[in-house]
Ligand binder design. Structure first.
Ligand code: GLU
Length: 506
C-alpha cells in the first residue's frame, strides 16, 4: 500500500531541463520511493509568454532516460489531474476570490506606467519601491483597500485591468521550518504584496502552485534554493486558506566548477561539458546544446553523479545503484551549502559504470558502431575485443580508437615512432619474420610469443628491434594490448598482410 507521502516535480516548460532540475526531480523521486509514496509530475505553464512548445516532451523524455519515472502526471494515472496548469486555468480564480472574501487579498488597478513612476520617484530619493503595508493604503496606490466597493465594481465592469495582490501581514515574525535548513524566521514587513492573479486572467506561479499542491495532496515540497525567498509567502497563503502546509525542503544550488556562481543553462557547452540530460535543439534559433545521453554517458552513471551533488551517504561508498540510493537517501543528509559541479568526477562515475557493464552488454552497444563503419564480425570476436579494451575506455565511443586494429589495417603509422623504430635493416628483418610467422602452426598467443621470441634470441638481437616494428605494423602506433593477443585475434594471414603493408609504406 502506498503511504500518504506525495511529492511533486513542477517544472515550467520554458526550455530544456537543466541538470539542476533533473537533480530536483531525482531527489523527489528518491524521497517518494524511500517512503513508499507517490512522485507527481506537474507542468507549471501559467506564464504563456515563456512557454516553449517542445519543452514538456523534453522533460518527460529526460525523466524516462534517467529511469526516474513519475507515478502521476500528464496522461498517466490522472487521479488528481489535469496536471498541466494551463488546463486547470478556470479553477484558480475561485481561490483568488476566497482570499478576497477573507480579506487576505485585494484588487489593484495601478497601471504599469503608474507603478513605474512610483518606482522612479523612490529611486530618485535613493529608496526602493515595495508595494506593501507601508504604502498600500496611503491613497497614492489604486486598490480596493482605498476605493469604495462601488468604485471597485464599476472599474471591473468597465473592463479596467486589474490584478489581485496578497495582503501580507504587518509586524509579524514568521517562524518557518525547512527540512534541510532548520528554522528560518522572516519579518513580514520586508515582504511585498505579491500578485496572485494577473490581468490576463491567469494565476501567477504562487497562487497556482499553492492551490495545486493543496488539491494534489502534496506532503513535501522539495525544490531548488531559488524558491526559498517564496517560502514565507507560500506559508502565509496556506494560513490564509486555512490549509495545512506541506513540509518544505530547499535544495542547495549547483555551482560552476571554478569559483562561485550558479551553474546556469546559459553555461551550456561553454564550460566544456553538457548542462542538459539530452541534446536540445532550440526551435527558434536552431542552436543545438549537448546532452549527457548523446555524449555517451550511461544514465545510471549520470544519476549516481547527480545524487552526490548535494547529498552524501555519510560513508566512503560512492557507487550506488538506484535501488541503493532509494534505500539510503535522507533529506537530513542534504547539505545547505552549494554543490560544486565537477566534470572530472562525472567521467569518473562513467568509467566506474563502464567497468561494471558486462562484456555482452557492451558488445551489443559496439556492434552497431562497427556496422556503421561497414565492419561485420561475429559477436564472439567483438566480445573478445571488448573484454580486452574496456578497462581503458570511458565511453563506448572510445572503443573504436582503442580497438580499430582488431578490425582493419592501420590507416597510418605514427611518424615519430616510425622514425625511431623503423630503421635500416628493419624491412629485411620483417620479411624474415613473415617466414617465421608463416611456419607457426599453433597460432595461440602463448605459442606465437614463444616461437617468435625463440627466433629473436637465436638471432642474438635485442627484442625491441623486432617487437617495436612488429607493433607498428599491426597497430600503427606503439600502444594497445598485449601484442601476441592481437596476433592471435587477427590471425596468421592478416598479420602477414599487415607486415607486408608496413614494409611497403613506412
Ligand atoms: N514551476 C517552478 C519551477 O519552474 C516550481 C517551483 C516549485 O517547485 O515550487 O521551478
Amino acid at each position: 500500500m502506498k503511504s500518504n507521502v506525495r511529492v511533486r516535480f513542477a517544472p515550467s516548460p520554458t526550455g530544456p531541463l537543466h541538470i539542476g532540475g533533473v537533480r530536483t526531480a531525482l531527489y523527489n523521486y528518491l524521497f517518494a520511493k524511500k517512503n513508499n509514496g507517490t512522485f507527481v509530475l506537474r507542468i507549471e505553464d501559467t506564464d504563456q509568454t515563456r512557454y516553449v512548445a517542445n519543452a514538456e516532451k523534453y522533460i518527460i523524455d529526460a525523466l524516462e532516460w534517467c529511469n526516474i519515472p513519475f507515478d502521476e502526471g500528464p496522461n498517466k494515472n490522472e487521479k488528481f489531474g489535469p496536471y498541466r496548469q494551463s488546463e486547470r486555468k478556470d479553477l484558480y480564480k475561485k481561490y483568488a476570490d476566497i482570499l478576497l472574501k477573507k480579506g487576505w487579498a485585494y484588487y489593484a488597478f495601478d497601471t504599469a506606467e503608474q507603478l513605474d513612476s512610483h518606482r522612479k520617484g523612490h529611486e530618485a530619493e535613493g529608496k526602493t519601491f515595495i508595494y506593501n503595508w507601508h504604502n498600500r493604503e496611503k491613497g497614492r496606490l489604486v486598490n480596493s483597500l482605498v476605493l469604495t466597493d462601488d468604485e471597485v465594481q464599476k472599474r471591473i465592469s468597465n473592463g479596467d485591468k486589474f490584478v489581485i495582490r496578497f495582503k501580507s501581514p504587518q509586524d509579524e515574525t514568521l517562524q518557518m521550518e525547512d527540512e534541510i535548513r532548520g528554522n528560518i524566521s522572516i519579518d513580514t514587513n520586508t515582504l511585498d504584496d505579491k500578485i496572485l492573479f494577473k490581468s490576463d486572467g491567469m494565476p501567477t506561479y504562487h497562487l497556482a502552485n499553492i492551490v495545486d499542491d493543496h488539491l494534489m495532496e502534496i506532503s513535501h515540497v522539495i525544490r531548488g534554493e531559488e524558491w526559498l525567498p517564496s517560502m514565507a509567502l507560500h506559508i502565509l497563503l496556506y494560513r490564509a486558506f486555512d490549509w495545512k502546509a506541506p513540509k518544505f525542503a530547499h535544495l542547495p544550488l549547483i555551482l560552476k566548477p571554478v569559483g562561485k556562481g550558479k551553474l546556469s543553462k546559459r553555461d551550456g557547452d561553454k564550460l566544456g561539458f553538457p548542462v542538459f540530460p539530452l541534446t536540445y535543439t532550440n526551435e527558434e534559433s536552431g542552436d543545438v546544446s549537448r546532452g549527457y545521453k548523446e555524449d555517451g554517458y550511461f544514465a545510471n552513471a549520470f544519476i549516481n553523479m547527480l545524487a552526490f551533488l548535494g547529498w552524501n551517504p555519510g560513508t566512503e561508498q560512492e557507487i550506488f545503484s538506484l535501488e541503493e540510493l532509494i534505500k539510503e537517501f535522507d533529506l537530513k543528509r542534504v547539505s545547505k551549502s552549494g554543490a560544486k559541479f565537477n566534470p572530472d568526477k562525472t567521467n569518473w562515475f562513467q568509467q566506474q559504470y563502464m567497468q561494471t557493464k558486462s562484456d555482452a552488454e557492451l558488445t551489443d552497444l559496439y556492434i552497431p558502431i562497427l556496422s556503421e563503419k561497414g565492419i561485420t564480425k561475429d559477436k564472439k570476436y567483438v566480445l573478445k575485443v571488448v573484454s580486452s579494451i574496456k578497462e581503458r575506455a570511458i565511453f563506448v565511443e572510445d572503443f573504436w580508437g582503442l580497438s580499430s586494429f582488431f578490425f582493419e589495417n592501420p590507416k597510418e603509422y605514427d611518424a615519430k615512432a616510425s622514425k625511431k623504430n623503423w630503421k635500416e635493416g628493419t624491412p629485411e628483418l620483417m620479411t624474415e619474420l613473415i617466414t617465421v610467422i608463416n611456419s607457426i602452426e599453433d597460432f595461440s598467443s602463448t605459442n606465437t610469443e614463444k616461437e617468435i621470441k625463440e627466433w629473436i634470441t637465436a638471432k642474438e638481437i635485442g627484442f625491441g628491434k623486432v617487437m617495436q616494428p612488429l607493433r607498428l605494423s599491426l597497430v600503427g602506433k606503439l600502444a594497445g594490448p598485449h601484442l601476441f593477443d592481437i596476433i592471435e585475434m587477427i590471425g596468421k594471414q592478416e598479420s602477414i598482410k599487415r607486415i607486408e603493408n608496413a614494409i611497403k609504406t613506412i
